[in-house]
Each structure stands twice: as structure tokens, then as C-alpha cells.
Design a protein around this ligand. Structure first.
Ligand SMILES: [Mg+2]
Length: 222
């Protein structure tokens, strides 16, 4: 990831917001994790998730991801990386019932294997896979959740080529862990054309050509 000074990083971050807001290509090099927690919370974030602005931002991010892929269908070993929670899996039922995150309750929710998929993300991933893009799912869910996660993906009809999960005992930041997974994917010989996520920590760190962020004001992960 390019190192930016504060004076250059702030305009670059604003620039990336503007680009994403206009549903244009979002160069991954302009995406950084905000230094300050935006103060997102479940109550306000869930309200926002039922607004037209949320739906429009979500739709625009997916549409831009598809447009970018459409112009990169000739790349050998092309791939799309997608985050799971709040990008592919819709966990608003859990978030609404649990304003304060508790790992035990989250594990219980995951074990139910009933997170619905966002239709637009599911359709985009299916479209991309049908055009020769490998689909790699990258999540900070722990390895202990692999079985339930696969079952939930199967229930929602998601086809994919790899599922990267946080190893037992790993405490890396979201950004560090996900960056390492994307590096591994590229070291396998794939070119990550689009990286899709709901957190800046899903996208910062490089190893992708285009980064698209769907909205989430319920929580903020580094
Ligand atoms: Mg997520």
C-alpha cells in the first residue's frame, strides 16, 4: 500500500469517497481506513439501511463492480474478491436484536446458517463466475465457523472457488488479515479485478485493481 502523508492522505480519502459516491471506478490505492471511528451504531445504521440512499449506494457499488469486470474479461486467471457479512450476507436481523456486539451471540447467529444473501451481490457474483472470474470469499469469521458458513452459502445458492477465514488464534486487524489473503490469492496466479466490501478495511492494502464499497453505518472495523 502506498504510504501517504496526512496532507496527501486526507484529500486522497475525500477523492475516493467522491469517486465511489459517483459510482465510478474506485482505485484501490486511494482507499484507506479512516483514522477516526465514524461513530456508527446499530440503531442509526439499521434505520439508514432502510433508506433509498442506502439502496442506491449499494446498487451503484455493485453496478460499478460489474461494469469494471465487463471491461476486464480478457485477463487470464481473473478473480473477484468479496467480503461476506453486510456485503453478501445480510445480518440486519442479528444486528437489530443485538445493539451491543457479543461474540457468543454472534456465534449462535452464525450457527443458525440463515443469513439471507443480498440479491444484488449474489447476482453479481454469479454473473462474474459465469464469465470466468474466480470468486474468492474473504472474511474475518473464524475457522470454527467454516462449516456453518459453507452451509449458509449453499442455502443461498452461492457458488465460489475459495473461502478465506481467520485462523484460530489470529488477532490481526481486519485490514492486515484481508490484505494477506488477497496477496495469497495473487500469489496463486490470479489477478483480483474487483474487491468488494462494506468496510474500508476490506478494501485498503492493495492487491486489487478496483475497489467497491457497499454502505454500512451499523459498525466500523479496522
Ligand atoms: Mg463485512
Amino acid at each position: 500500500m502506498a504510504t501517504l502523508s496526512f496532507r496527501t492522505a486526507v484529500p486522497a480519502l475525500v477523492f475516493s469517497f467522491v469517486l465511489c459516491g459517483l459510482a465510478m471506478a474506485c482505485p484501490c490505492s486511494t482507499v484507506t481506513v479512516p483514522a477516526t471511528d465514524p461513530g456508527y451504531n446499530n440503531i442509526d445504521g439499521i434505520k439508514f439501511s432502510h433508506t433509498s440512499q442506502y439502496r442506491n449506494e449499494f446498487r451503484d457499488a455493485i453496478a460499478q463492480a460489474k461494469r469494471y469486470c465487463q471491461t476486464h474479461v480478457n485477463i487470464a486467471h481473473r478473480a473477484v474478491v468479496s467480503d461476506l457479512d453486510e456485503t453478501l450476507f445480510d445480518n440486519r436481523e442479528f444486528d437489530k436484536a443485538n445493539p451491543i456486539f457479543e461474540h457468543g451471540k454472534w456465534a449462535e447467529w452464525v450457527s443458525k446458517e440463515k443469513s439471507p444473501a443480498f440479491r444484488s451481490t449474489r447476482e453479481f457474483l454469479a454473473w462474474a463466475r459465469g464469465r470466468g472470474f474466480a470468486i474468492f470469499l474473504v472474511t474475518t469469521r473464524g475457522e470454527s465457523m467454516r462449516g456453518s458458513t459453507i452451509a449458509n452459502l449453499l442455502r443461498e445458492g452461492i457458488s465460489y472457488d475459495g473461502l478465506f477465514m481467520r485462523p484460530d488464534g489470529n488477532h490481526d486487524t481486519h485490514e492486515a488479515l484481508k490484505t494477506r489473503f488477497r496477496k495469497q490469492i495473487e500469489e496463486m496466479g490470479f489477478t483480483i479485478v474487483v474487491n468488494l466490501g462494506d468496510q474500508y478495511s476490506d478494501l485498503a492494502g492493495g492487491y486489487a485493481q478496483d475497489c467497491e464499497k457497499v454502505p454500512n453505518r451499523m459498525y466500523f472495523n479496522r
